[in-house]
Design a protein around this ligand. Structure first.
Ligand SMILES: *Cc1c(COP(=O)(O)O)cnc(C)c1O
Length: 400
């Protein structure tokens, strides 16, 4: 790639999956073409967002949809909507939430580093439950109910496989009994494709998905799907509001009393979405909806066959393809043996990245001596190179 080379950079073979720090996903040429086409002419962004929202609503079964710059931005914007609704004076004050409903209830086992996106709105988390699994610990439904007060704006529910947490349908039942919305972080929950509709079906009021992961959209894109009133609040806090009340495209909302006036540039202005991202995401989403988990899994197995055949025998390592009903796309895991296993896994990751070509492999479990090959972003040629380079590093590491 001559652009990267011009800047003095070596590109990387991505055997690590849809990682943001490597650039996310590989966009299909049709997606790139849609972005280029969108860039060539202009359109009112509010109209484009509404049209895109209809596609998202159809794909997710939600009332409404919105294109955001990523799942994290969707969490921020969705939370802001839960806090202020259609009150433009409150929109104006964010992220100062003094005197507003400014607490978000979350199960302790669901706290994670993407929390920043929610806390950025000026809310604080109220944790419910314990980490006390296995056994009688974890979270009980009454603990969620007890954490709710007149200061609660929303209940957050990231989809993480934390044992002992209360599942989404029950979380929604509790929140709804208190008149509160539930916001779901499902950033990386695709595939399976059925999850596009699942969390809305289970009662979520807002759900976020990353556009730059399995959907195959632009890296700086994401989906926010959910209740129409909350999505309307998001639009008002996100879109360019440098307009006069008399010329504002939404001026009807002032005359009918829906809003008190034009909100100013809002909390979400720093997360703006370009027409190119909207075009790319919607094109990718349509392709994703038209595809199938079975076909994607088959293609991934084929790529791993190529990796494994150029890898050859690896008697010193345990080797396994991992996939499940919840994530049908297989990965190849390689586990080193013995007390040195973590050290060898770390060396493998670093040497593959330092080699030529540079290769990124999955490193989430190096601490237990395991590396993984995620085929999602590989081409067939790259798959052969990955297998070959891993074989070289294994022989170096096991003879050292
Ligand atoms: C990737 C991820 C995010 C962030 O998504 P972006 O689209 O990169 O903003 C948030 N939460 C979880 C659980 C994720 O895996």
């Amino acid at each position: 790639m001559s652009f990267y080379r011009d800047l003095g950079l070596d590109s990387v073979i991505n055997a690590a999956g849809t990682l943001t720090r490597l650039g996310g996903t590989r966009m299909h040429p049709e997606v790139v073409a849609a972005m280029a086409e969108a860039a060539a002419s202009f359109v009112p962004i509010d109209e484009l967002q509404e049209a895109a929202g209809r596609v998202i609503a159809e794909a997710t079964g939600a009332e409404a949809g919105y294109v955001v710059t990523g799942a994290a931005a969707g969490l921020s914007l969705g939370t802001a909507a839960c806090v202020v609704g259609m009150d433009v004076a409150k929109m104006d004050r964010l992220p100062d939430t003094t005197g507003m409903r400014n607490e978000v209830v979350v199960q302790r086992g669901h706290r994670n580093s993407y929390d920043h996106a929610i806390r950025a709105v000026g809310v604080t988390f109220v944790e419910a439950g314990y980490l006390g699994f296995p056994g009688a610990g974890g979270t009980a439904p009454w603990q969620i109910a007890a954490a709710i007060s007149e200061r609660t704006a929303a209940v957050a529910c990231p989809i993480l496989n934390t044992p002992g947490t209360v599942a989404l349908p029950e979380v929604c039942a509790i929140a709804h009994a208190h008149g509160l919305p539930v916001i779901v972080d499902a950033a990386a929950e695709l595939p399976p494709r059925r999850n596009l509709r699942r969390f809305i079906d289970e009662g979520a009021d807002l759900v976020v998905f990353s556009g730059g992961k399995a959907i195959g959209g632009p890296q700086a894109s994401g989906i926010l799907a959910g209740r129409a009133d909350l999505i309307a609040s998001v639009a008002l806090q996100h879109q360019d509001m440098d307009v006069h009340p008399e010329t504002w495209s939404r001026r009807g909302w002032i005359s009918d009393g829906h809003v008190a006036g034009v909100p100013h540039q809002g909390f979400g202005r720093s997360m703006k979405v370009g027409r190119e991202e909207i075009a790319g995401l919607i094109t990718a989403l349509r392709r994703f909806v038209d595809g199938s988990d079975e076909q994607d899994a088959q293609h991934a197995h084929l790529l791993l066959d190529i990796v494994e055949s150029s890898l050859g025998e690896t008697p010193s390592l345990k080797r396994e393809r991992t996939y499940s009903d919840d994530n049908p796309i297989p990965s190849l895991t390689l586990t080193f043996d013995g007390v040195d296993a973590p050290k060898r896994a770390v060396a493998m990751v670093n040497q593959l990245m330092a080699g030529s070509p540079r290769i990124a492999v999955g490193q989430s479990y190096v601490d237990v001596g395991r590396v993984s090959v995620n085929p999602f972003s590989l081409t067939e040629e790259e798959a052969a190179v990955v297998g070959h380079r891993i074989r070289e590093e294994i022989s170096r590491l096991t003879t050292a």
